[in-house]
Design a protein around this ligand. Structure first.
Ligand code: NAD
Length: 236
């Protein structure tokens, strides 16, 4: 039946923002989606609680998906946290927590997702414009997202022999619960829009469409890439 052939895709961080939009988009395009999140949505009884910074939790997530669905061919990792703190006053534990979630968490998802994904499948991680554009007060986040770009390339090398593709996507500003607090800081939003040819922030659904493409066979020859999606923010 069609249901048996629908691709099974795990969306981590799928309870909010870009991940939530991605789960909706993929379902609308025929995927069977497993939402996993630190705070799983109450209205989705099949959602799984996961902490990407906790290795046992990540391994258990993918084991559960295999048990429930017989396997999976896609993973999108949208889990992320940030802080705003200048380096000279940055609490080291807070720095480590951002690295734990955004970089070590991405590693654990590639490790345990990569070990169990069906050959020919695809994993996509969320990096950021901040992987190459430093932001004041964003040392931990920028460092984690830059590291994630190289992590993606290494994983693509290692998983290529199994035809498993590994890519990253780097959005510019998308207003979500993650970025809403920074929007209250005078000038932050205007500074972004002033330097962006398309002069607007992105929509979660626009990021979801790119993620769906990277999971699909239309992207069968794309691996190890970090794809910018930012309204042209790098151009001026
Ligand atoms: P969001 O806060 O709306 O969603 C992030 C989700 O991740 C939340 O549901 C949260 O519960 C979950 N999460 C946090 N820590 C987790 C953990 N330890 N384990 C599992 N889940 C966890 O944020 P968003 O804006 O949708 O961001 C999604 C991804 O996109 C993040 O990686 C973020 O860094 C990246 N990104 C966002 C923007 C933007 O402007 N919004 C820009 C570039 C990159």
């Amino acid at each position: 039946s069609d249901e048996r052939q629908s691709p099974v895709t795990v969306v981590i961080g799928g309870a909010s923002g870009i991940g939530e939009a991605t789960a909706q988009d993929l379902r609308a395009h025929g995927h069977t989606v497993v939402v996993a999140d630190l705070n799983p949505p109450a209205d989705d009884p099949a959602a799984v609680r996961v902490d990407v910074a906790d290795e046992a939790s990540v391994a258990a997530l993918f084991d559960k998906v295999v048990t429930t669905h017989g396997g999976f061919t896609g993973v999108v990792n949208c889990a992320g946290v940030s802080t705003l703190s200048q380096i000279v006053e940055h609490d080291a534990a807070e720095f480590r927590r951002v690295i734990d979630v955004c970089l070590t968490g991405a590693f654990l998802v590639l490790k345990h997702g990569g070990a169990r994904i069906t050959d020919g499948g695809a994993l996509v991680s969320l990096s950021s414009l901040n992987a190459r554009q430093p932001g004041t007060g964003m040392a931990a986040y920028c460092s984690a997202k830059a590291g994630l770009v190289m992590l993606t390339q290494v994983a693509a090398l290692e998983l290529g022999p199994r035809r498993v593709r590994v890519n990253a996507v780097s959005p510019g500003l998308v207003v979500t619960p993650l970025t809403a607090p920074a929007m209250d800081i005078p000038g932050v939003r205007d500074a972004y829009l002033d330097n962006t040819p398309l002069a607007r922030s992105g929509e979660p659904a626009e990021i979801a469409a790119l993620l769906r493409f990277l999971l699909s066979d239309d992207a069968a020859w794309i691996t190890g890439e970090n794809i910018d999606i930012n309204g042209g923010a790098h151009l001026q």
